[in-house]
Ligand binder design. Sequence first.
Ligand code: FES
Ligand SMILES: [Fe+2]
Length: 358
Amino acid sequence: MSMKADFTQGFVRDHWYAAAWSGEVGEKPFARRILNERIVLFRMADGTVGALEDRCPHRLAPLSMGECAEGGLRCGYHGMVFNAEGQCIGIPGQDIIPPTARTRAYPAIETYGLIWIWTGSGKPDHSRFPHIMGYGEDGWAMLDGGYQHHAGNYRIEIENLMDPAHTTFLHKETIGNKAAKDVPVHVAQGDKGLTAFRWIENVPPTPLDQKSHDFGEGRVDRRVAFNFELPATSFVDIAVIPAGMERSEDNLMHGGIRTFSYKFLTPETDRSTHFFWLHLRNYRKGDQQLDAILRGNLEKTFNEDNEMVAAIQREQEETGLRQRTAIAIDRAPIMALRMIDRMISAEQEQSDVAKASA
Ligand code: FES
Ligand SMILES: [Fe+2]
C-alpha cells in the first residue's frame, strides 16, 4: 500500500484559529501568515483587537508596515486608515472615499490570553469556539504563552499528536514511559472529534506523581487520553489515581492528580504550522520550581516532535508519498484525518451551492 502525501489538501476555514498570544500584539501592528494568507493584527485605542488582510488595497503595501491610528490602522505608504471592519475611514488630502477602498477583515476575539480569528467566509460560528477546561478555575495552575513554529503541514502534526505510541521512543528523556510500551490504545469517536486513550494499571507512581500527591506506599492507575477536537486542537488529559480506585469523573478529578495539556494548531502554510501550547494542572499551584521544570520538559518534548515532523515533511515532499505501510497505532491518526477531510468537503460543497445560487 502507498498513500500519497496530502499536504496540499487544503484547510478547514470555518473555524476560530489561535492567531497570537495577547502579549505578542502591542502598540505596533503584528504580521502573521495563517492558512496561507497574510494577516495583520493590531490594537485600537481602547485595546480591542482587529485583524485585517495584510495588504493595502491602494498599492498592496503590507499594512503591518504601518501604525495603529485613531479608529484603526494607518498604511505606512500614503496614510490611508482602515477600521477593524476593513473599511477605509480616511485618505490624506481627499474627502471622498472610493467604495473599493476596503480590505478583508477577520472577526477577532481575545480570550484565554490568546487572539483568535475566524477564517471562514460566512458569519462566525460561536458554537465552534474552543473551551479550555480548568482555565481560571480555583486550584488550577497554568503555564501559558507557549509558542513554537513547526516546519510541517498540520496533518503531520495531528498524526503525531493522536499517536500515544511514539512517546516511548521519541521522548525518552521527558514524557516517555517504558511501562506504556505494550499497553493497547482504545479509540472513541464523538461529534466534535475523537479520543485515543489507555489505562496503564497498577504501576508505581513516577517520582513527579509521588511528589505531587500522597499516594502513600501504593501503586497507581494512570489514564492518558489523547483528545482531538476538529479541526486542529489537541489536548492530552492525564489522570493519576490510587490503583483500584473507582474511575468516576469525580475521582479522576479529585482522587489523585490531573493534567490538561492543550495545543492549538494553526496552519501557517502548506508546510508549516503555528503551535500554541498551554498546560493546566490541579496540583502544586504556585510551585515555581515545578513550573520551570515542566516548561523546560514540554518545550523539549515539542521540539523533539517538531524535529521529527519537519523531517517527515521533507521526505513527503521528496517522495510525494505519505506512508507505505500501516500498523495498528495508525487508527486514531487516520480517523482524525478522515474527519478533517469530511469537514473540508462539506465546506467545499456549501461554497459550491452558494456560488451556484448567487
Ligand atoms: S499603499 Fe497604502 S495608502 Fe498607498
Ligand atoms: Fe510527541
